[in-house]
Design a protein around this ligand. Structure first.
Ligand code: 4AD
Ligand code: MG
Length: 457
């Protein structure tokens, strides 16, 4: 018999077909004359209804067990679905003790509860939907870049550079049994990447438009609802740009195009999440898609914050970083439309950002995109492409030797260029309205966490 997925069975145009379906039982209802079974295999949010003779029902057919069902697809008499499976054989593949299984039939669990079971939460409707959207959004992002002529680059995970200069690094070393080899594996300290930007800058010097989309690591000592120690970042780097507008244009179309694709390809999943996890999110998202993103300068942002009647925990002041509470205030002030904040103080930002050479409020051509519900979603900038300015800055920071190769890029065929990074989990939080970042990644890594314990995946 041909095996079909639940998704394919549900859209089957050929009732009468004999098929085999495999999955996990989501409900068992036994009536006198007929047994109703709902099974799901992750291919869609919908369950496939199985109807069978109650004699096919064994006591081991419980919520959560895995089954293989053979039968014939028929047109369903019920309004809720198009097709159901009339079973002539039901085989339990793996038992599931409903007394000890952490999820029960018909219960709706808050995301916090499901988080306690990192090895089972993917079997809930909410996580199922989130992870299908995640998969679809991943594809949509790749398609966006491909359609716009970008080359996808696999950048290294192990690197010696601290791109952001924030010192939030995880150091990489061989395990102790490898150390008996007697020599250092790496001749300089090696770390897990905090950003692929510098490698992308190398590649944009040959391919003009490049992007990467991979795991990124930061030893953040933070238990916030928007930080992870391991997250996925979408990064793009573009040569021959003229100004920050060029970069912001790509950021905005990436956000909008990806979101439109997700909304049209995963409408059921998104609807479920907007309905049960984040009521009100649908309208908020429509606002974001419909309106042109706003642009304000850092200096204007500080003025707005200073005039704000709010009592902030951190007093806003020119020269200091924007805090989460400030970002929230600014987004609200802008009518809950995403807002680009540009031209940050020179002293606040990493060495690679392009000097605006303005006085007296010395700034760099940096841009952050702040979005409702999340705050900072993108960080980007023009890069300092002028050899002498970059050399002076690296010298002041004592980094000249480490970045000789980076200076080379400015010695040999330098071009004005720039790019950005978007936190992929924050993107999912923003469109789905998921409050905690731990719920939009399959296995969250942060400090300290039970997911590092040996009994957890
Ligand atoms: O603003 P960031 O630090 O920018 C960079 O790393 C640039 N080098 C990127 C580039 O220009 N190529 O990080 C970019 C984005 C942030 O705006 C945020 O969305 C996300 O990455 N991010 C995190 N997401 C989850 N957990 C963390 N600990 C994150 N740190 C940054
Ligand atoms: Mg940033």
């Amino acid at each position: 018999l041909p095996r079909v997925s639940v998704r394919d069975a549900l859209v089957s145009q050929e009732p009468g077909e004999n098929v085999k379906v495999q999955g996990w039982v989501r409900s068992v209802r036994s009536q006198k004359e007929v047994l109703f079974l709902h099974i799901n295999d992750g291919s869609s949010l919908e369950h496939l209804q199985i109807v069978a003779d109650p004699t096919l029902h064994g006591s081991n057919l419980t919520f959560g067990c895995s089954v293989e069902v053979q039968g014939v697809l028929v047109k369903s008499p019920y309004k809720k679905q198009n097709v159901e499976l009339k079973a002539d054989r039901i085989e339990v593949i793996g038992h599931c003790d409903s007394k000890t299984f952490p999820f029960k039939y018909k219960e709706r669990y808050p995301l916090e509860y499901t988080r306690q079971y990192p090895h089972f939460r993917c079997r809930t409707n909410a996580l199922g939907s989130i992870l299908r959207v995640r998969s679809e959004a991943t594809d949509a992002i790749h398609s966006f870049f491909k359609a716009n002529g970008y080359i996808h680059i696999h950048t290294p995970v192990i690197t010696s550079n601290d791109c952001e200069g924030a010192g939030e690094l995880f150091q990489v070393e061989p395990s102790s049994n490898m150390k008996k080899l007697g020599k250092n594996f790496f001749d300089v300290p090696a770390f897990l990447t905090v950003s692929a930007q510098l490698h992308l800058e190398v590649m944009s010097g040959a391919f003009t438009h490049v992007f990467t989309f991979g795991p990124t690591f930061r030893a953040e000592n933070s238990q916030s609802r928007r930080h992870l120690a391991e997250f996925y970042m979408v990064e793009a780097e573009i040569s021959f740009v003229e100004n920050l507008q060029d970069i912001m244009q790509v950021m905005e179309t990436l956000f909008k195009t990806t979101t439109e694709t997700v909304l049209s390809n995963c409408s059921e999943d998104v609807e479920l999440l907007h309905k049960f996890v984040a009521p009100g999110q649908k309208d908020k998202l429509e606002q974001m898609l419909k309106n042109k993103f706003l642009i304000i300068s850092y200096t204007e942002a500080i003025d707005i914050l200073k005039k704000g009647s709010q009592n902030f925990t951190f007093t806003p002041k020119w020269g200091l970083d924007l805090q989460t509470e400030h970002e929230k205030y600014l987004v609200k002030y802008c009518g809950n439309i995403p807002v680009f904040v540009i031209n940050y103080p020179f002293d606040l930002k990493p060495f690679y950002m392009r000097d605006n050479e303005d006085e007296p409020q010395h700034t760099v051509a940096a841009v952050d995109l702040l979005v409702p519900g999340v705050g900072e979603l993108f960080g980007g900038s023009l890069r300092e492409e002028r050899f002498h300015l970059l050399q002076q800055r690296l010298a002041r920071l004592g980094l000249t030797d480490a970045y000789e190769w980076y200076l080379d890029l400015r010695r040999f065929g330098s071009v004005p260029h720039g790019g950005f990074g978007m936190g992929f989990e924050r993107y999912l939080q923003c469109i789905l309205g998921v409050d905690n970042i731990k719920d939009v990644i399959p296995f969250p890594r942060l400090m300290p966490t039970p997911s590092f314990a040996q009994t957890y995946p």
